[in-house]
Design a protein around this ligand. Structure first.
Ligand SMILES: Cc1ncc(COP(=O)(O)O)c(C=O)c1O
Length: 379
C-alpha cells in the first residue's frame, strides 16, 4: 500500500476534525427543511407512476451515448417541454446540472476566453471554467460596480463570458437579472445563467427568474445565450438541461461537449417522468407559488431572532452563525427535536450557516415548530 498517500489523507481528515469541518453521511430523519425538493414532487405519485411507465416503455439503461444508440423520443419530448417552460429556443438534456455547467463551460470557453464569475457561484461552474483553461475573473457577489469595472478592464478580450446563478444556492438572494442582460449586451459578452434553484419556484409556470416579469422583461429572454436547469431540485427527479437561444447552439454542443459525447445517456424513463413534472408545473400555478408564500410566512415568524441573515428573497433562508462549532451544535439540537436542518460550512460557503429550505408542502404547524424551536435554541 502506498503509505505516503494513506498517511496524507488521514492527516487531511484529522485537520478537518480539528476545525469542525469534517463531513459525514447520514440517512435523513425528521421533517425535511434541508433538501431541494421545493415542490414536494420527489414524493408525488404522479412522478413515481411516470417513472415506472417510462421503464416499461424504454427499458432501464439507455445503453449508449445519445450520438450512438442512446437517443430516445423521451429526450426529444422533454427538451421540447423545457423550451416551452423556459421560453427558450431549445434545450439539451444531460445527466445532471453539474454535468451541464461543467460540459457547457468546457465547450464554450478556451485559453483565450475571459470568464466573469460571481465569487459565490457554484462549484460546477468553477470546475467548468477550470477545465476549459479560460482566465477566471471573479467579481464581488452581486456587485454591479465591481463587475462593470472588470468588464471595462478586459474589454478587448477576444471571447468573454459572464456567468451567474439567478437564485444563489447558499444565500437565497437574487441576481438583478435585467441589469445583467443589459450589461451583457453593452459589453458584447456571452451570458450564461444558472436557474437551478429558481426553476419551479420563480417565473411563469416556474420557468425560473428569467421568466419572471417582475425581474426581466420577456423581450430580453432571447439575449440570454445559455441557461442551466436541473430536474434534481424542484422537479423531484434528476437530470440537467441547457437552454439556448441560437439555432447553432445545439449542434455545437452535441458535437463539442465532451461529457455529452463520451458518456452513456441518462435513463430515458427519467426524461419521461420529467415530462410529467413539467406538466404539473404548467397546470398548477398555486403549487408553484407555494414555496415563496410559505417562505414569506416563515421569514416573518423568525423576525427578531438574534442571528444574521442574508438578503434572501427566496425559499432558501440561511441563518449565519458565529462558528462551525455553533452551526453543528444548533443543527444537532434541531435534529434531536425532529427538524432536519443542516449546517453548511466552509469551503462550501465563506461562513458557516444553517441553510433552511422551505417547501410547498410544509404545513403551517411545521413552520411554526421550526421558528419556535429556533427562538428557544438561539435566543
Ligand atoms: C447553482 C447550482 N448549479 C448546479 C448544481 C448541480 O445540479 P445537480 O444537482 O443537478 O447536479 C447545483 C447543485 O446543487 C447548484 O446549486
Amino acid at each position: 500500500m502506498p503509505q505516503e498517500f494513506y498517511q496524507s489523507i488521514q492527516k487531511e481528515l484529522s485537520s478537518r476534525d480539528e476545525k469542525n469541518l469534517r463531513r459525514s453521511l447520514y440517512v435523513p430523519q425528521g421533517i425535511d427543511f434541508c433538501s431541494n425538493d421545493y415542490l414536494g414532487l420527489a414524493k408525488d405519485s404522479r412522478i413515481h407512476n411516470a417513472l415506472m411507465e417510462g421503464i416499461g416503455i424504454y427499458g432501464a439503461g439507455s445503453t449508449a451515448s445519445r450520438l450512438v444508440r442512446g437517443h430516445s423520443e423521451a429526450f426529444v419530448s422533454l427538451e421540447r417541454k423545457f423550451s416551452f417552460l423556459s421560453q427558450g429556443m431549445g434545450a439539451l438534456f444531460v445527466a445532471n446540472g453539474f454535468t451541464a455547467n461543467l460540459g457547457l463551460m468546457d465547450a464554450i470557453a478556451d485559453l483565450r476566453t475571459v470568464v466573469f464569475c460571481d465569487r459565490l457561484n457554484h462549484a460546477s461552474i468553477l470546475d467548468g471554467i477550470r477545465l476549459s483553461g479560460a482566465k477566471r475573473v471573479y467579481y464581488d457577489h452581486l456587485d454591479m460596480n465591481d463587475l462593470r469595472a472588470k468588464l471595462e478592464k478586459h474589454r478587448s478580450a477576444k471571447r468573454k463570458i459572464l456567468i451567474s446563478e439567478t437564485i444563489f444556492s447558499m444565500d437565497g438572494d437574487a441576481l438583478p437579472i435585467e441589469e445583467y442582460v443589459k450589461l451583457a449586451e453593452e459589453f458584447d459578452v456571452i451570458l450564461v445563467l444558472d436557474e437551478t434553484h429558481a426553476v419551479g419556484v420563480f417565473g411563469k409556470m416556474g420557468g425560473g427568474l428569467s421568466c419572471d416579469e417582475k425581474f426581466l422583461d420577456a423581450e430580453l429572454i432571447p439575449r440570454i445565450d445559455f441557461r442551466i436547469y436541473t430536474m434534481g431540485k424542484a422537479l423531484g427527479l434528476e437530470g440537467g438541461l441547457i437552454v439556448y437561444n441560437n439555432e447553432s447552439s445545439k449542434d455545437f454542443l452535441i458535437n463539442c461537449m465532451r461529457n455529452f459525447i463520451f458518456s452513456t445517456a441518462p435513463m430515458p424513463a427519467i426524461a419521461h417522468a420529467g415530462i410529467t413534472a413539467c406538466e404539473i408545473l404548467f397546470n398548477n400555478p398555486d403549487l408553484v407559488a407555494k414555496p415563496l408564500l410559505n417562505s414569506d410566512y416563515f421569514r416573518k415568524s423568525i423576525q427578531g431572532l438574534a442571528v444574521e441573515q442574508t438578503n434572501s428573497i427566496s425559499q432558501i433562508i440561511p441563518l449565519i452563525l458565529n462558528s462551525e462549532e455553533q452551526a453543528l451544535s444548533v443543527s444537532k439540537q434541531l435534529q434531536d427535536r425532529g427538524l432536519d436542518v443542516r449546517a453548511i460550512r466552509p469551503p462550501t460557503v465563506p461562513s458557516s450557516r444553517l441553510r433552511i429550505s422551505i417547501h410547498a408542502d410544509h404545513k403551517k404547524e411545521e413552520l411554526d415548530r421550526l421558528s419556535e424551536t429556533l427562538f428557544e435554541i438561539l435566543d
